[in-house]
Design a protein around this ligand. Structure first.
Ligand code: 5GP
Ligand code: ZN
Length: 112
């Protein structure tokens, strides 16, 4: 499958890892939109938040268990935002489920 984030997980494309376990990989966004901008992804390919099912949702729980650990490690004591773009209207550009962690500054009160 020609998927950029699957290639990042396999190491074919380099990335700056911030966390990894048997289900989840997290790395720094190549084009950060905040001082901290991290992407958290399942190792198993899921196309978007619109493809989460009873069969694959355990990894989503794991991702949300990992997010506070990453936030603490990044010093995001003032808070952070978690975003997942799904589909064209949301401008999803990589079709492998990912959750953006954005923080390290006062974020906009506009989400869209
Ligand atoms: P989306 O627009 O799909 O929600 O987010 C995709 C994100 O992946 C973007 O923020 C973009 O900067 C990031 N991205 C795209 N290609 C690469 C890459 O090769 N390496 C890393 N680390 N991030 C990438
Ligand atoms: Zn993939």
């Amino acid at each position: 499958m020609d998927c950029l984030f699957c290639k990042i997980i396999s190491g074919e494309i380099p990335s700056t890892k911030v966390y990894e376990d048997e289900l989840v990989y997290a790395f720094r966004d190549i084009n950060p939109q905040a001082p901290t901008h991290i992407l958290v992804i399942p190792k198993a390919h899921v196309a978007s938040a619109n493809e989460i099912t009873e069969e694959n949702s355990a990894v989503v729980a794991r991702i949300f268990e990992v997010i506070p650990k990453i936030a603490a490690a990044e010093g995001l004591s003032g808070g952070f935002r978690v975003v997942s773009n799904a589909g064209a209207d949301a401008c999803q550009s990589v079709h492998h489920l990912h959750f953006h962690i954005l923080g390290g500054k006062q974020l906009s009160d506009q989400m869209a």
